[in-house]
Design a protein around this ligand. Structure first.
Ligand code: ADP
Ligand code: ZN
Ligand code: ZN
Length: 730
């Protein structure tokens, strides 16, 4: 069809779970690609994003609807942004609308104007101020405002109340105005705080000189042990980029975006630094997003989603802790921010720097294949020492709340010297299982194939998989016995035991249960730094990136479970965690010890890690992956399916696998359907089907084929299913 002269076609994506684009009619002048529109969709109105202006459409002309409204005059996503998202849509084979909308902050998804919120400020007005002689507070406020206009916040900080301001307003001496925040123009005025720069180690200097010369697409892997000064390398690599007026994106894991991190960048560069993370409210996110897009932010520090944010002129991407699993989104649009970051750097022809003490196997593999340039920091600057590693055999010894006598002895020694000790247990609560001593009844979550964790605080049962909570029953519901006992170890229990074993020292527990309140985590960290606590106990929250110079002993209480987990990535994750935890010891001038308590002291993985280090371990483990044909030596895609009945999942996945199999080349493996490791979670049965191939192209074509079959199966409508490309968890 060909639309009328006044109206033309636009092609949009909509935030709906359909793998397609939609055509609408729009009157001239047409909104540019990258602008938002409102369109009718079924009986709703949706916000859509314009992708193109097609000449023709396959739809029946009578059925094409006109747009309801055009929202933007200028695109919210420019061509480069859209190219990245178009590629991501193809690569992840995900519904395009969900991909594109992931790049927009919530307010823009809702159709809100893409502009800064005006800020309020008070201004002094000329007028008869004789009446202020007797009103001291009003006079003081008036004098302040005569000097310069101020926001209500700034005035509040100076003790000026709104009552005072309103009184001034009534007298016609002040008024509140709204205006847009002034944009900071930092380009061409970049200064660097040279005082904050240390003298680089030889290895740092080498890395910095290589990085500072990089000016086109080139991926670097900076492998540096904890405390080796990776951040310093980042800071110096950023210098020439910022001086050239280009923006820098620094991506950090969820847990790493602390005020200390931000302060470190801010101290070196007195430039606009903006942060992007999930704890921000909608308005804050939009303002930060706009600052990236219009270039008023020089440095952007953000978590996973920051990668999809548009930039005005991005010159460098840095990914700290590149191995961290939080860079992969685990629901909806399941992208990996590190992988997309590489693509983005490639498209923009800029360098990208991945840093870690424990690089992912994917990145090590890429470095070995020559795709990434490897930079190494193997030493800590100054007098900082590298820790000694010990494996403590916990067989045949009496453990007290998970602590062997040997460990207690080591703790007592360090504490006696005035040092801090850090204990690590990746399980919060009091005990991971509550059972009846008389009949063996287990407190199991009704909605998951999992036990409740017993939390003594609040005396409740909590399922850590579906978040369901209930009071701990006073008696066994099966036999009426009151002998309900916890088995296994959680942080609450260790905390209690520590108070008995080491009454003269203060213990601080850090896990998700006691850091829920905003700012409480920070408060605990401050307390640790100030020396208020001598024994630090926590889950992996404590393990990541915090510097405690007085910690000289770090112990992992229980990792045995992880040694025998079924997932082929479990060993890699355990090793990364171990090295991360180990990195907490001996960071300053004091030598440190790392202790791992285990019932399997002869386990090859633990021996390798403790005696040879991560690199050696990774080498061995990668060789095993190669022989088994597992990623990164092959590529995987996982069809996930869930429903309230397991049968419904099988009714979908079994015919899917059956119809797909004959169409697959021999080089593509199709496994399953099989149940997820935890078959039932939050009342949903979960099944999956795995595709694996040695070439990405073959895998993608198999996935496309499978998607087409899935769309044709009526059983697909009775379940929730999704496709996960490069799944991190099977
Ligand atoms: P990483 O990120 O590799 O764990 P950091 O960059 O946090 O290490 O550095 C660890 C500590 O060493 C920090 O306190 C940092 O200020 C300091 N540091 C880094 N480089 C140097 C150097 N060349 N000389 C002295 N101290 C340094
Ligand atoms: Zn019982
Ligand atoms: Zn549950």
């Amino acid at each position: 069809m060909s639309p009328s002269a006044q109206q033309a076609l636009i092609r949009v994506v909509l935030p709906v779970p359909l793998r397609r684009e939609f055509d609408y009619l729009c009157s001239q002048p047409l909104p540019e690609a990258g602008c938002r529109v409102r369109v009718p969709f079924g009986n709703r109105t949706l916000v859509g994003l314009v992708l193109s202006h097609p000449q023709t459409t396959e739809l029946d002309p009578a059925r094409i609807k006109p747009v309801t409204a055009v929202i933007d005059n200028t695109p919210v996503l420019n061509e480069a942004d859209r190219k990245l998202l178009a590629w991501a849509t193809q690569y992840y084979l995900h519904p395009p609308g969900e991909v594109y909308f992931q790049a927009l902050p919530t307010l823009l998804r809702k159709g809100e104007e893409a502009g800064y919120r005006p800020v309020e400020s008070w201004h002094a007005l000329e007028g008869d101020n004789s009446s202020l002689n007797r009103a001291i507070k009003q006079r003081e406020a008036y004098e302040l405002l005569q000097h310069t206009p101020m926001t209500p916040g700034e005035l509040g900080a100076r003790g000026v109340t709104s009552a005072t301001l309103n009184a001034l307003a009534k007298k016609g001496l002040a008024e509140k105005r709204e205006s847009l925040p002034a944009r900071t123009h930092w380009r061409g005025k970049v200064t660097i705080n040279e005082d904050a720069k240390p003298r680089l180690t030889t290895e740092q200097a080498l890395a910095v000189s290589v990085l500072q010369q990089a000016n086109r697409f080139s991926p670097f892997l900076l492998e540096g042990i904890t405390g080796s000064g990776k951040t310093e390398v980042y800071l110096q690599a950023m210098e020439p980029v910022l001086k050239a007026g280009k923006q820098v994106l620094v991506m950090v894991p969820e847990i790493g975006l602390t005020p200390q991190t931000i302060a470190r960048f801010q101290r070196r560069f007195p430039l606009p630094v903006c942060t992007l993370h999930s704890a921000m409210n909608e308005r804050e996110r939009l303002d930060a997003w706009l600052a990236c897009q219009d270039g008023s932010a020089a440095i952007v520090i953000g978590t996973r989603s920051a990668l999809l944010t548009p930039f005005d002129q991005l010159g460098l991407i840095i990914i700290d802790e590149e191995h961290d699993s939080s860079f992969k989104q685990q629901d909806g649009f399941r992208y990996h921010a590190r992988d997309l970051a590489l693509l983005r750097a490639h498209q923009l022809n800029i360098p990208i720097l991945l840093g870690s003490a424990t690089p992912s196997f994917e990145s090590l593999h890429n470095a070995a294949a020559g795709k990434y340039q490897l930079l190494t920091l193997s030493q800590r600057p100054g007098t900082a020492t590298v820790a000694e590693h010990l494996l403590l055999d916990s067989r045949h010894v009496q453990l007290e709340a998970g602590l062997s006598p040997q460990l207690q002895q080591l703790m007592a020694e360090e504490l006696g010297k005035g040092n801090q000790v850090m204990l690590f247990l990746n399980r919060r609560g009091y005990a991971p299982v509550l059972l009846c001593h008389d009949c063996g009844w287990l407190a199991d979550c009704e909605r998951c194939d999992a036990h409740y964790t017993w939390h003594k605080n609040g005396n409740r049962l909590h399922c850590h998989h579906c978040d369901h909570q209930r009071p701990r029953p006073p008696q066994c519901p099966q036999c009426g016995s009151s002998k309900l006992v916890g088995t296994g170890l959680g942080t609450e229990q260790v905390e209690q035991a520590l108070a008995m074993l080491f009454p003269q020292y203060n213990v601080i527990r850090i896990d998700r249960d006691n850091t829920r309140r905003k700012g409480s985590f920070e408060q605990h960290l401050e307390g640790i730094r100030a020396g208020k606590y001598q024994i630090l106990l926590g889950t992996q929250m404590l393990a990541k990136g915090h510097h405690f110079p007085d910690v000289t002993l770090v112990a992992m209480l229980d990792v045995d479970g992880a040694l025998f987990a079924g997932d082929f990535r479990a060993a890699e994750r355990l090793a990364q965690l171990y090295i991360q935890v180990a990195g907490r010891a001996g960071r300053a001038s004091k030598p440190g010890r790392v202790v791992l308590q285990t019932h399997h002291p002869d386990h090859a993985l633990l021996q390798d890690l403790a005696n040879q280090g991560y690199r050696h371990f990774a080498h061995t483990a990668l060789e095993e992956r190669r022989q088994a044909g597992l990623p990164p030596y092959s590529y995987q895609a996982l069809f996930r399916c869930q429903a309230t009945q397991g049968e419904a999942c099988r009714e979908f996945l079994v015919p899917l696998a059956q119809q797909l199999a004959p169409a697959l080349p021999a080089s593509v493996l199709c496994l399953g359907p099989f149940s997820a490791r935890m078959e039932r979670k939050a009342g949903q049965y979960r099944y999956q089907m795995l595709l694996q191939a040695n070439s990405r192209r073959e895998l993608a074509s198999a996935c496309r084929h499978a998607l087409a079959i899935a769309d044709s199966l009526p059983a697909a409508r009775k379940v929730r299913w999704s496709l996960d490309i490069d799944p991190q968890e099977l």
